[in-house]
Design a protein around this ligand. Structure first.
Ligand SMILES: NC(=O)c1ccc[n+]([C@@H]2O[C@H](COP(=O)([O-])OP(=O)(O)OC[C@H]3O[C@@H](n4cnc5c(N)ncnc54)[C@H](OP(=O)(O)O)[C@@H]3O)[C@@H](O)[C@H]2O)c1
Length: 263
């Protein structure tokens, strides 16, 4: 299927490793040029060089912290300054630390809101005016299944992420007539560095090791295994494409069947 992504320009935040990197790589394979972002310049530059080598696309590393409003505005400027347009925004960043209600003071909640909610708001508010100019755009926010069902021991994530769904859904209705489609993807358990951190935290609590936790979690997924970053990237790439031309305002679980709710 031709996804119509050749010649499109994407900005992928949180893209030096894990899910963001996999999405950037897949979008580039489909012919998009990309601005990739993360905080650590060294890892980001290495990732950008690898993706460029593998795909032959232009991959521009733009280091910065998406909790900063100025950084988000600069990222959009970099895309437009380099490629003359911005078609696809992938709003993504790291996850907040694991822990329950006893573990954190209010300041940690503020930081989680900055990391997972405000970064998405800031990136989208900067990107949408550029997409409006071309009357075509895709805003895709990477969150977590915690937007539909809280994940045990992740109170900060469970608190900060549902606001992303409220924001993206509202935005999707306001910009639909401008040709801009906005959706959320909600990963379950996908094998990345972030997941290893969560396994370590649970293992410590249970007095076991991370491999046992990984087995327990894999067994709790109907498909009997963790996801691979490229499986999430495939779904995101569909949403970014012309093929998703009547899909907006939706939240898609990419979770191997983990959640039990009907919707
Ligand atoms: N993997 C899963 O199973 C899963 C499940 C549910 C939700 N999620 C969520 O999905 C998102 C991506 O997950 P992942 O597994 O790919 O995580 P990851 O492996 O930790 O990768 C996070 C990426 O974001 C960058 N980053 C972190 N904080 C940033 C910031 N403030 N500004 C810019 N870039 C930032 C990191 O690079 P730097 O550190 O250099 O900035 C890295 O490139 C996270 O929010 C995670 O919590 C993941």
């Amino acid at each position: 299927m031709d996804l119509g992504l050749a010649g499109r320009v994407a900005l992928v935040a949180g893209a030096s490793t894990g899910l963001g990197r996999a999405v950037a790589e897949r979008l580039a394979r489909e012919g998009a040029d990309i601005v990739v972002n993360a905080r650590s310049r060294e890892t980001l530059e290495a990732t950008a060089a690898e993706i460029a080598r593998e795909t032959g696309r232009r991959i521009v590393p733009a280091p910065g912290d998406v909790t900063s409003e100025q950084c988000c505005a600069e990222l959009v400027k970099t895309a437009v300054g380099t490629f003359g347009r911005l078609d696809v925004l992938i709003a993504n960043a790291g996850g907040p630390p694991p822990g329950g209600a006893d573990a954190f003071a209010p300041e940690s909640y503020r930081k989680a809101l900055e990391l997972n909610l405000m970064s998405t708001v800031q990136l989208a508010l900067a990107a949408v005016p550029e997409m409006r100019k071309k009357r075509w755009g895709r805003v895709i926010a990477i969150t977590s299944v915690s937007v539909k069902q809280p994940v045990e021991g992740l109170i900060l994530s469970n608190t900060a992420r549902p606001g992303v769904v409220g924001f993206v859904k509202t935005l999707s209705r306001e910009v639909a007539r401008d040709g801009i489609l906005c959706n959320v993807v909600a990963p379950g358990f996908i094998q990345t560095d972030r997941l290893r951190e969560l396994f370590d935290a649970r293992a410590e609590k249970q007095g076991t090791d991370w491999k046992s936790v990984r087995e327990q979690i894999a067994a709790s997924v109907p498909m009997g295994r963790l996801g691979r970053p490229e499986e999430l990237a495939a779904a995101v790439t569909f949403l970014a494409s012309d093929a998703a031309s009547y899909v907006t305002g939706h939240t898609f679980q990419i979770d191997g069947g983990l959640l039990q709710g009907l919707l």
